[in-house]
Write a protein that binds this ligand. Structure first.
Ligand SMILES: Cc1cc2nc3c(=O)[nH]c(=O)nc-3n(C[C@H](O)[C@H](O)[C@H](O)COP(=O)(O)OP(=O)(O)OC[C@H]3O[C@@H](n4cnc5c(N)ncnc54)[C@H](O)[C@@H]3O)c2cc1C
Length: 396
């Protein structure tokens, strides 16, 4: 649906690249040391460039493939089948969101200094909005401030869940610059902070269900103490932070949802393979049990429904803008994350004890994708947005 011939031709090429080069690295990079695998992953980035597959989301003029959102979504599903897929092709969150944001709103100076190296895959970035002291679901309440002193902003604040801060070169920080603005959505701004700044400190990588992670595969708690940056590091205009955050999140939810569908596809494949090969008695496989068949059928149907919903939403965003797709964006966020949880859980159950070991990717996804129901707006918030919109339309 809506996917161009160009993307259809690319899909098997990405699939082959993943199978040949990326999946063999998974065990070591995911359950061992990600950092120790950086040279091998870097070599794959070079290979991806040579094969003309690097940065599929970027315009051709910036070294990418110039794909539409719908086409990128279909590639994103393939890349999502490995936890390393998006990273190797430099279209991983949070970098991809920062690239899209800076492409549209950063000054030529910021683009040259930070965006270009990010696009080339030479550096990584992160995004610091959520604060431990405030409900992230309603980020208008935040304590981080950026006070202007001459030609500088002085930033003070405490953030957490700054994904991939470990090893990143810069962050985009959300800070209150206009505390007196009448409209609460016009009080904060986005500012670029290089992470070698003496006023920045990484406190820790937050353990996620027992896994601290490192580098790209981590979520940090960080602080800014009298952190000074030039005012030229402001993205957009003062007070535009929440407007920019919305722009950043629209396509971002398409990226996440298609990645989740990729995970579901792989988990379903593993579920089927295991059910076929595992014998309860000689000649009697797990796949012959009706409960297992139900799980396979339900998963396949839910994955298909998810894909159609997400591609349709991408199509609306592309043709009518993110505002017109507001209901659809909320729908896919909570629907697909729920499908993701169900499919991973069923796949684990079919694998029995093996499912909870680190011998397959299932336990990594079970641990790390639980967050999918929380980040980019908790599911409950999106359900509320959808329900209120439906109720409003009933009133005429
Ligand atoms: C894996 C992961 C990665 C993340 N990466 C980043 C990042 O890179 N940068 C960043 O700034 N932040 C990041 N976050 C933070 C994320 O944006 C917040 O966790 C999210 O906004 C929720 O905020 P909170 O954790 O403070 O939960 P709270 O706001 O305290 O909400 C707790 C719970 O309350 C319920 N709830 C909230 N609002 C409503 C409502 N209106 N109606 C009904 N129930 C409601 C929901 O069940 C919700 O889960 C990440 C989080 C995770 C889990």
């Amino acid at each position: 649906m809506f996917v161009s011939d160009k993307a259809l031709e690319l899909v098997p090429r990405y699939r082959a690249f993943l199978e040949k080069y990326i999946i063999p690295l998974e065990q070591g990079a995911i359950y061992g040391s990600f950092r120790a695998h950086l040279p091998a992953l870097q070599a794959l980035r070079v290979k991806a460039k040579e094969e003309g597959l690097f940065a599929p989301h970027l315009p051709v003029s910036h070294g990418g493939l110039g794909l539409s959102l719908v086409d990128f979504a279909s590639i994103s599903e393939v890349l999502g089948t490995s936890p390393l897929g998006h990273y190797v092709f430099n279209c991983n969150a949070p970098d991809i969101g920062n690239m899209e944001l800076m492409h549209q709103f950063a000054s030529p100076y910021l683009q040259e200094k930070y965006l270009r190296p990010l696009e080339r895959g030479e550096i990584r970035s992160c995004f610091a909005m959520t604060e431990p002291e405030h409900a992230g679901s309603n980020p208008v309440h935040m304590s981080t401030t950026a006070v202007r002193e001459g030609d500088e902003y002085v930033i003070n604040g405490h953030k957490w869940f700054t994904s991939s801060a470990d090893g990143a070169s810069f962050t985009i920080v959300m800070a209150v610059t206009n505390p007196l603005a009448e409209n609460k959505y016009e009080r904060a701004s986005m500012i670029v902070v290089p992470l070698d700044n003496p006023g920045y400190r990484m406190i820790r990588n937050i353990p996620i269900m027992g896994d601290e992670g490192e580098d790209y595969l981590s979520h940090s708690e960080v602080e800014f103490v009298n952190c000074r940056v030039p005012v030229s590091h402001l993205i957009g205009t003062e007070g535009s932070g929440f407007t920019l955050a919305q722009v950043r999140l629209g396509p971002g939810r398409i990226h996440h949802c298609m990645r989740w569908i990729g995970i579901c596809e792989r988990a379903l494949g593993m579920m089927c393979d295991r059910a076929i090969e595992r014998e309860l008695n000689p000649g009697h496989s797990l796949a012959m049990q009706q409960t297992i068949q139900n799980w396979i059928a339900e998963s396949a149907a839910e994955i298909k429904a998810s894909r159609l919903l997400v591609l349709n939403t991408a199509h609306i965003i592309e043709n009518k803008g993110a505002k017109a797709a507001k209901e659809d964006i909320s729908t896919i966020k909570f629907y697909v994350s729920d499908v993701l949880m169900k499919v991973i859980d069923r796949a684990i159950q079919v694998h029995g004890g093996l499912g909870i070991t680190d011998d397959t990717m299932l336990s990594f996804w079970y641990r790390h994708e639980r967050g999918s129901r929380i980040y980019d707006g908790p599911d409950e918030v999106h359900k509320s947005v959808l329900a209120r919109s439906i109720l409003k339309s009933r009133k005429g």
